[in-house]
Design a binder for this molecule. Structure first.
Ligand code: SAM
Length: 208
């Protein structure tokens, strides 16, 4: 974790930015990363810019790959549009945007070398607030994520308690994390105590 992180936490920034600052400490070019709630594609783009080489490289660095899932057709389309605007053709070839429920993750990813799986729970900002993530499929996707992580890989979950169903989903995810074996999994929770409605960040790390 970067030395300036405590100051960053108290500078009034959003938890999504804290998450990005943490992700960039362990993502490397050539890694495989998965966004399970692509939405408008901002997190997917962040992952792609950190793991996909701008030009193809042959040497020792892995080729890198990014997977993005969203259940909404409009969200998947808007993620694709953002990526097409911002990435090179070489990078785009290594991104797959899947318009499906994230609980189907293992139909697409069978390898166990994913460096980061991220979730940004809730509803799409400026989208249909009725379409939110739900505890049932989120927990199924979390179980599947455990099976594809590399040793040292992380799951990052941003959860919001301020919208209908948000607190229940956050509590379901928190108790799911609390039951993981500490032998294999490190779990931490980050929150702004004075802003109970802001996002909470859960990080899970595969130890071995
Ligand atoms: C808070 S938004 C994500 C924001 C996004 N990460 C970004 O950078 O714009 C949550 C997204 O989760 C999606 N979602 C809800 N249920 C889902 C499911 N079962 N599988 C995949 N995506 C889902 C919603 O359609 C919505 O786009």
């Amino acid at each position: 974790m970067p030395a300036e992180l405590p100051a960053l936490f108290h500078s009034g920034i959003r938890m999504t930015t804290v998450a990005h600052r943490i992700w960039e400490t362990f993502l490397r070019e050539g890694d495989c990363a998965v966004d399970l709630t692509a939405g408008n594609g901002h997190d997917t783009l962040f992952l792609a810019k950190h793991v996909l080489p701008v030009k193809e490289k042959s040497a020792t660095i892995g080729p890198g790959c990014v997977w993005a899932f969203d259940i909404q057709t409009t969200a998947a389309a808007s993620t694709r549009q953002l990526l097409e605007r911002e990435l090179t053709p070489e990078q785009l070839r290594r991104v797959s945007v899947i318009n499906e429920c994230h609980s189907n993750l293992k139909q697409y990813i069978q390898h166990k070398d994913v460096r980061l799986v991220c979730f940004n729970l809730g509803y799409l900002p400026k989208g249909d607030m009725q379409i939110t993530t739900t505890p049932e499929t989120t927990l199924a996707a979390l179980d599947a994520s455990l099976e594809v992580l590399a040793i040292g890989g992380h799951i990052s979950i941003l959860a919001y308690a301020g919208h209908p169903g948000g607190m229940e989903e956050y509590e379901a995810v928190r108790s799911w994390a609390a039951k993981l074996s500490p032998h294999y999994w490190g779990c931490s929770l980050h929150e702004f105590v004075k802003s109970p409605e802001s996002a909470k960040l859960l990080l899970i790390c595969r130890r071995k």
